[in-house]
Design a protein around this ligand. Sequence first.
Ligand code: HEC
Length: 279
Amino acid sequence: MAFTKKFGIAAAALLGVVVFSTATLRAEEGGPEEQPKPARQSWSFAGPFGAFDKAQLQRGFKIYKEVCSNCHELHIPIRTLAQPGGPGFTEDQVKTLAATYTVHDGPNLQGEMFDRPGRPSDYFPAPFPNPEAAAASLGAPPPDMSLLAKARKYERGFPAFVFDALPIPGGMYQELGPDYIYAILNGYTHDDDPNWNLYFPGHKIAMGKPLSPSQVEYADGTPTTLDQYAKDVAAFLYWAAEPTLEQRKRVGIRVMIFLLVFAGLLYFTKKKIWADVAH
Ligand code: HEC
């Protein structure tokens, strides 16, 4: 009896904490006026069963190629685009694409550096010879995009970060990076100042508003709005930062299933072993 009572109290206390913290979590999502936290978006690749939307990755790549790559480096091999679990380009498409880039190579047998068409094993060429040159011409060095979506996070604060880790609805939350990129691209809210950004720490960003509606053409009829562009390029950058995400999630699920089955087997083994022991 005493046990049931204690258990009841503990359960009630736990419920209280959960309800209270969820309320705080809701209140925090907007954040203070001056420096709001990026809002949480819904991504196809979120959660344990998450997977990339190939068409979205292809659109995001188009935006990177036509807009972002003028300033930002993306230090991954071009052939990554044909890897399974990615945008689904064929080997031939990637070969053709790679050949459109000019790669500085060498030295040749005469000891000279030379330019040649790119190959799938080359990395996407950087738009500037070094970060200093980029900073001199743009006011600040644009960060390499290969890890941007993983490297940029913001504080969710307590208790949100606890719930973000739990396997509960709305939990297991890892997409802060793409939420941040999406927010930055939508954060140019002062029309008179192209370098004012609501979500950039301190609001002054050296990158002038890089994207506007209808700037990039979409062949698949997807609306060419800023909102759509921001989502697509953020998804692409998340894939670029972790091209093997789908494999990782698949292995995770298999491990969980295995552990469940194994726990069941252990339980019955234990029952059998102890069956004849008086207790
Ligand atoms: C004209 C050059 C230019 C273009 C084009 C450009 N960027 Fe930038 N970007 C920069 C610079 C410079 C910075 C560094 C800003 C700073 O530190 O103040 C930056 C910073 C950023 C940041 C903030 C990173 C941080 O440190 O928090 C994000 C996100 C970003 N760029 C995304 C993009 C995306 C996505 C595109 C393509 C749609 C793009 N940029 C196109 C120059 C550019």
